[in-house]
Design a protein around this ligand. Structure first.
Ligand SMILES: *[C@@H]1O[C@H](CO)[C@@H](O)[C@H](O)[C@H]1NC(C)=O
Ligand SMILES: *[C@@H]1O[C@H](CO)[C@@H](O)[C@H](O)[C@H]1NC(C)=O
Length: 441
């Protein structure tokens, strides 16, 4: 890897800032005995009492960094926008240990699904490690390299295999004979177990998983959200989001296969107007179409959007929920994941979960109520004063985070049964009866 002088200076500066941060925290930890000095995530904001006072100190610290990073990188056209992660039960405060990350990580993409992947942003975008959003400690993405060159197998740290393009068992076994002990094989997919080949025969070969499931070693979550910073809060859009809306419920559907959700929407149509767009709209009586590029415009007149996944599986919440949280100003009515998944992964107050109703009729009554009461409707947009959808996290960022944040990444790990992890724990269909019950089936 070439050493870029500017990058060297910046890294040096980061180390200095890092040390300064640690020093400052250590100083604070003297005041607050419970804080172990070694954890750089022990942020002032974590201390419940005196939070305001210390929060102020943290802000000035970050402001310095802000100025510094601008001075060092005057060519950067992109505004420096530190990202914050929200502490949640799923995302506990974790220890940041940069020394867990090897000095160089070569990722060999052995098979993939054919789609082109953006492994990292144009300018090796920031990859914030801090779960409190106060220090802006960045993961050193420059240590990562991606290759598709199988000749480099033996020097690779991570070897990625895509679930749908898996070499056959014999090939994998023979390949595994020449693998270095420290190499990790990564099982990857973004789809649900419903549509991925059963990995039942792939035991004892893989060391890591990279899927949308939150218990994967590497995250491939479709999206996530972050807290707004104080100055962004001031800019948050408020107002009447019901204004200008002329229609009620829209659904965009191209996969006609999932009968349960089609039954559900048909039942909804008994009580409320649902406009279905897309390849399967004929199943719902009306044939409406809207090209992908026009989706936002098509959805704008509606108050609600059906974000129904094609399978109910653990953590399976896709772009169907995430992609229309913007200027369309519609409220997603969600059906996906399992009990509690939207609560754990979605933005609080941003959606209506069908599971919270006893019947389809009760759900549509509620939608009618929100249609009449714009105060209640507008409550579904309050989250915008607190959070924003997080920018896409590039895969190298997610890899980097895991190395640094997860202690198990420095230990041996073997998936004795991938089928247990992927199919059993994926739990597809196990809660379908909740939806059936709403339908009176
Ligand atoms: C409308 O919604 C608001 C907020 O949820 C609620 O306080 C109010 O009682 C509702 N009004 C009616 C007429 O139901
Ligand atoms: C990865 O899995 C292989 C095969 O099960 C095992 O021999 C190896 O020790 C594992 N490596 C790591 C780093 O976990």
């Amino acid at each position: 890897m070439r050493l870029h002088p500017r990058r060297c200076i910046r890294n040096f500066a980061l180390v200095i800032m890092f040390l300064f941060g640690t020093f400052t925290v250590t100083k604070w930890s003297g005041r607050f005995m419970k804080m172990p000095a070694k954890l750089i995530t022990q942020e002032p904001s974590l201390v419940e009492s005196n939070a305001a006072d210390l929060g102020h100190a943290a802000v000035s610290l970050t402001a310095d960094k802000h100025a510094l990073s601008r001075n060092l990188d005057s060519t950067a056209t992109k505004q420096y926008r530190p990202k914050q992660l929200v502490s949640s039960p799923n995302n506990p405060r974790v220890e940041i240990k940069l020394d867990r990350l090897p000095s160089r990580v070569l990722v060999l993409v052995y098979t993939f699904n054919g789609n082109e992947v953006k492994w990292v942003g144009e300018n090796r975008e920031e990859c914030n490690l801090d779960t409190t959003g106060e220090t802006f400690v960045q993961c050193p993405l420059e240590r990562f390299e991606v290759t598709y060159d199988k000749q480099r197998f033996s020097e690779s740290n991570l070897v990625v295999f895509h679930s749908n393009n898996m070499p056959d068992k014999g090939q994998l076994v023979s390949l595994s004979k020449s693998r270095p002990a420290s190499q990790r094989w990564v099982y990857h997919t973004m789809e649900s177990p419903r549509v991925t080949p059963d990995p039942g025969s792939l035991g004892e070969l893989f060391n890591a998983t990279w899927t949308y499931r939150s218990d994967s070693d590497f995250s491939a979550a479709y999206a996530t959200y972050v807290a707004l910073r104080p100055e962004q809060k001031a800019e948050a859009v408020t107002g009447d989001f019901a204004e200008g809306k002329t229609k009620l419920v829209a659904w965009m559907v191209s996969n006609c296969g999932s009968q349960l959700r089609i039954d559900f929407v048909r039942r909804m149509q008994k009580y409320i107007d649902v406009d279905a767009y897309g390849r399967c709209s004929h199943l719902l009586g009306k044939k409406l179409s809207c090209s992908k590029s026009q989706e936002r415009r098509c959805l704008k007149p509606y108050k609600f959007y059906l974000s129904f996944e094609n399978a109910l599986c653990k953590d399976y919440i896709t772009e169907k929920y995430w992609e229309h949280l913007g200027e369309e100003n519609i409220v997603p009515v969600v059906m996906g994941g399992l009990e509690g998944d939207y609560k754990a992964l979605g933005i609080p107050g941003s959606y209506i979960d069908v599971r919270n109703f006893k019947s389809v009729k009760e759900l549509t009554d509620y939608l009618h109520y929100l249609d009449r009461n714009s105060t209640a409707f507008n409550e579904y947009f309050k989250w915008r004063q607190k959070y924003q959808k997080s920018p896409y996290h590039y895969p190298l960022c997610n890899f980097c985070r895991s190395y640094v944040l997860k202690p198990e990444m420095s230990r041996t790990k073997i998936y004795h049964s991938l089928s247990d992890f992927w199919v059993e724990k994926g739990k597809c269909g196990q809660e379908d009866q909740v939806i059936r019950r709403m339908l009176g089936q």
